[in-house]
Design a protein around this ligand. Structure first.
Ligand code: IVH
Length: 683
C-alpha cells in the first residue's frame, strides 16, 4: 500500500510540473528556473521509482519516451478529418466568399483567420480531462495511433486545465517543428553523419512516425490546435458558438494555438490580413504555407456543411511556393572545425521569398552524387525554414553538353593534406589544419560557446590567419596593442573586444566552456549534462568511459569523443592555459548545493537597466550556484534593481524580498553579505 501522503505528494508534483510545462512550452513565460523545475521532476521520479503502483502513463516523467514499438496500429477516426480547398489568388477567395454569402443568405460574414501551418495533421483525444490517444490524420478516415510519441510533444497537455472540462474532446491540430529546432536537428544529424531532413515538415512527420519514442522525445515538436472533432460536455449541449470562442476555449484547456490568429469582420479584411501575413511569413518562428479562413459563426458552418473532401465554410489561401530555379556556378568546399569538408553551392544570385540567394548547402559528398548535380546545371532551389537554402534537383533538359559529374576532392582545399571518408563525411586528416583552428576559434566565441558579444567573427578569423590567435586560450592573453596594429581597428573597438573577452571569463558557466571546446558530438545539451555532473574541466577529463555513459544524455560515441579530446596533448595544454588566465568556472552538483558556492540555492530576479544583459546576469548567478528567475514570487531571495526599475520593486517590498543594487549584487558574488538598499525603496 502506498501511504496516502505519498500518493498525494505525487499527484501534487504531477500537477505542478504540468503547470510549469505549460508556462514554459505554451505560454513561453516560465515562472521557475530550469534548476527549480529539475528539483520537482527528480522528486517525482524518485517517488515513482519507489512506488511502481503509482504508475500513470500521463505522468510528466513519461514524456521522455517509452518502449519502442514494432509498428503503428491503424486508428479509425470517429469523425472524418477533412481536407481544405485551396485558393491560389484573391479572386478565388472572393469567389469563395460569394458562395458562402449565398449559402447563409447574407454577405455580412465574419471570418476567423489562422496561419496555415506546414506540418502534420493530427488528432488528440481526452476523456474526462485525461489524454488517452493521439492519431495521425492519415487519409482522413483512418490514421495511425501515435499515442506514445505524442506524449513527448512537450506543449501538449496531459491533463486538461480549468475546472470545466468536457467528458470527451477530440482536438485537431498540426504537429510542427520550429525553424530553429529544425536547423539544430539537421546540424546534429549532419554531425552524427545521419540523414538530414529536407524541411521542417518532413522532420516533424519523420519524428512522429519514429518507432522509438525516445528518439521522438529528443526532437522538439510542438502541437498547435486549430479545431475539434467530437466534443461532449456532461449534462449540456454544444458550447462555443463561434470559431473564436472555440479557439479561446482550447487555449483555456491548456492547448497552444497558432500565433497571429485574427478575427476578420469581412471578406475584405481577410484579403488585407492575408497580405500582412505573407509579409510576416519570413519572421515567423515556423513555416507556414498560407492562411486558413474559416466562417466564424459555427451555426453558419453547420448550415454550409461539407463537400466530399472539404468544408464549405473554410478555405486555404496559399502563398506562392518558396522555390525557384537558378544556375549552379560552382561547388566550393568549406572546412569546418572538426575538419569536415562541406560542399556549398555557389549560385547565380536569385530572389527567393524576399531575399537574394547566392549560396546553398550541399551537405556532403553523397548528397551531390545522389542528385548528380553538376556545375553549369540549372537547379531547383528552395528555402525551408529559416536556414540556408537547399538545392533539390538538377534540370536534366537544361544540362549543358560539357557538364561533368562532380569529383569530390580527396585532399583538404585549405592545407592540402589527404582527406578521408568517415561515414557520410569526408574529413581532413591534418590535426593542425588552419581551417580547423579558425573554425574552432569562431565556435569558441560564438553563441554556441562562450557567447562573447563584441568579439566579431571576421576579426577572429583575421587574427587566426595572421597567427595572433592559435587556440582559444590565446584570446585571454590578447592585448589591446595586438589589436591596434590593425589600421581598421579603432581604439574603442579594441577596448570593447578585450572587455568582452574579460567579461566572458568572469561570467561563463562551465557548460559554455565545455560546449565552446568544440568536442565532436558535444553540443549545448550534452555540455549542460556534463557541467551538472563534474566540478570543473579537470574533473571532466579525469572521468572514465563508464562514468560518462552513466549520465543521462551522454551516449557511447559522445563519451569516446570526450576521451579522444583529452588524449590530445595540445588540448590538455590549452586547459592549463585557461586556468592560468583565470578561466576556471565550476559546475557539478556542488555548484547548486554546497555552501562553497556563494549564492548556493539563492533565487535572484533582475529588474531595470543593468550594466550587463539579462543573460549575462543570469549566467553570473548560475555560475555561483544561484537560481535566476524571471518573475516575482515569494521564492525570490533578492531583487536586483537597476535604473528605471518598475513596479517589481514595490511588489518585492510587499513580499518582504530583499532589494539590492548591482554593486551589492557584485559584492554578493564575491561572498560578502548584501546591505539592504534602502534608497531604492524610498522613492
Ligand atoms: S482547418 C475542416 N486550420 O491543412 C478544417 N487546417 O490542407 C480542416 N492545416 O489537413 C483543417 N493549418 O493539416 C486547418 N489553421 C489550420 C491549418 C490547417 C494547417 C492543414 C491541416 C489540413 C490541411 C488541409
Amino acid at each position: 500500500m502506498v501511504p496516502d501522503s505519498v500518493a498525494e505528494r505525487a499527484a501534487f508534483l504531477r500537477e505542478k510540473i504540468e503547470y510549469h510545462n505549460h508556462r514554459y512550452y505554451v505560454l513561453d513565460d516560465p515562472e521557475i528556473s530550469d534548476q527549480e523545475f529539475d528539483v520537482l521532476f527528480r522528486e517525482l521520479a524518485a517517488i515513482e521509482a519507489e512506488h511502481p503502483e503509482l504508475d500513470d502513463p500521463n505522468s510528466p516523467t513519461k514524456r521522455v519516451g517509452g518502449e519502442p514499438a514494432e509498428g503503428f496500429i491503424p486508428y479509425e477516426h470517429a469523425l472524418r478529418l477533412y481536407s481544405l480547398d485551396n485558393a491560389m489568388d484573391l479572386d478565388a477567395w472572393y469567389a469563395f466568399h460569394e458562395r458562402v454569402a449565398k449559402g447563409v443568405g447574407t454577405s455580412d460574414v465574419a471570418y476567423w483567420a489562422d496561419p496555415k501551418m506546414d506540418g502534420l495533421a493530427l488528432e488528440v483525444i481526452y476523456e474526462n480531462g485525461r489524454y488517452v490517444r493521439g492519431a495521425t490524420r492519415g487519409d482522413g478516415l483512418v490514421g495511425e495511433d501515435v499515442t506514445g510519441n505524442m506524449r513527448t510533444v512537450m506543449n501538449l497537455p496531459m491533463t486538461l486545465h480549468g475546472g470545466d472540462v468536457p467528458e470527451l474532446i477530440e482536438v485537431r491540430g498540426e504537429v510542427i517543428m520550429s525553424n530553429k529546432d529544425f536547423a539544430a536537428l539537421n546540424a546534429r544529424q549532419e554531425e552524427k553523419g545521419d540523414k538530414v531532413f529536407a524541411n521542417p515538415r518532413n522532420a516533424a512527420a519523420g519524428t512522429i512516425r519514429q518507432l522509438d519514442p525516445k528518439v521522438a522525445a529528443s526532437r522538439p515538436l510542438r502541437f498547435m490546435a486549430y479545431g475539434v472533432g467530437r466534443v461532449q460536455w456532461a449534462g449540456r449541449g454544444a458550447d462555443w458558438a463561434t470559431q473564436q470562442e472555440l479557439m479561446e476555449g482550447l487555449r483555456g484547456l491548456g492547448f497552444a494555438i497558432p500565433p497571429d490568429v485574427k478575427l476578420c469582420a469581412s471578406a475584405r479584411e481577410v484579403a488585407d490580413y492575408f497580405q500582412k501575413l505573407m509579409a510576416m511569413r519570413a519572421t515567423l518562428p515556423f513555416e507556414i504555407d498560407g492562411m486558413v479562413a474559416k466562417v466564424n459563426d459555427r451555426g453558419m458552418q453547420e448550415a454550409l456543411g461539407y463537400t466530399s473532401r472539404a468544408p464549405r465554410w473554410a478555405l486555404a489561401l496559399k502563398f506562392p511556393a518558396h522555390q525557384t530555379r537558378t544556375r549552379l556556378n560552382a561547388i566550393r568546399i568549406q572546412v569546418g572545425r572538426t575538419g569536415v569538408l562541406t560542399p556549398v553551392a555557389e549560385l547565380e544570385p536569385v530572389e527567393l521569398a524576399g531575399v537574394v540567394v547566392s549560396n546553398a548547402t550541399l551537405h556532403n559528398k553523397g548528397y551531390i552524387a545522389e542528385r548528380d548535380l553538376r556545375v553549369g546545371d540549372t537547379v531547383l532551389i528552395q528555402r525551408a525554414g529559416d536556414v540556408i537554402p537547399q538545392v533539390l534537383s538538377a534540370d536534366l533538359e537544361q544540362r549543358p553538353d560539357n557538364a561533368e559529374p562532380f569529383t569530390f576532392p580527396d585532399t583538404c582545399p585549405v592545407c592540402e593534406s589527404p582527406a578521408v571518408e568517415d561515414g557520410e563525411r569526408v574529413v581532413c586528416t591534418n590535426p593542425a589544419c588552419p581551417a580547423k583552428t579558425v573554425q574552432r576559434l569562431i565556435h569558441f566565441v560564438s553563441k554556441a560557446g562562450l557567447d562573447m558579444e563584441g568579439v566579431g567573427k571576421q576579426w577572429v578569423r583575421k587574427l587566426a590567419e595572421d597567427g595572433v590567435l592559435n587556440t582559444p586560450a590565446d584570446l585571454f592573453t590578447l592585448k589591446k596593442t595586438d589589436l591596434l596594429k590593425y589600421e581598421r581597428m579603432g581604439d574603442k573597438s579594441a577596448e570593447n573586444f578585450i572587455k568582452a573577452i574579460q567579461k566572458a571569463k568572469e561570467v561563463a558557466p562551465l557548460w559554455r566552456l565545455i560546449a565552446g571546446l568544440g568536442i565532436r558530438h558535444i553540443g549545448e545539451q550534452a555540455a549542460r549534462a556534463l557541467a551538472a555532473r563534474f566540478k570543473d574541466l579537470d574533473a571532466l577529463f579525469a572521468s572514465t568511459l563508464d562514468e560518462l555513459t552513466e549520465l543521462d544524455g551522454i551516449g557511447g560515441i559522445m563519451a569516446e569523443s570526450i576521451l579522444d579530446f583529452r588524449v590530445d596533448a595540445s588540448n590538455r595544454a590549452m586547459i592549463e592555459q585557461f586556468k592560468e588566465a583565470g578561466l576556471h568556472p565550476e559546475g557539478g552538483p556542488a555548484a547548486a548545493a554546497s555552501d562553497d558556492a556563494p549564492l548556493a540555492g539563492k533565487v535572484f530576479l533582475f529588474t531595470g537597466t543593468l550594466p550587463v544583459t539579462r543573460d549575462e546576469a543570469h549566467a553570473m548567478v548560475e555560475a555561483r550556484g544561484g537560481v535566476p528567475v524571471k518573475s516575482i514570487s515569494k521564492k525570490v531571495d533578492y531583487l536586483v534593481a537597476g535604473e528605471k526599475a518598475g513596479s517589481k520593486v514595490a511588489k518585492a517590498e510587499k513580499l518582504g524580498i530583499e532589494v539590492i543594487d548591482f554593486a551589492a549584487f557584485k559584492a554578493l558574488l564575491e561572498g560578502k553579505t548584501a546591505a539592504r538598499q534602502k534608497s531604492l525603496l524610498d522613492f
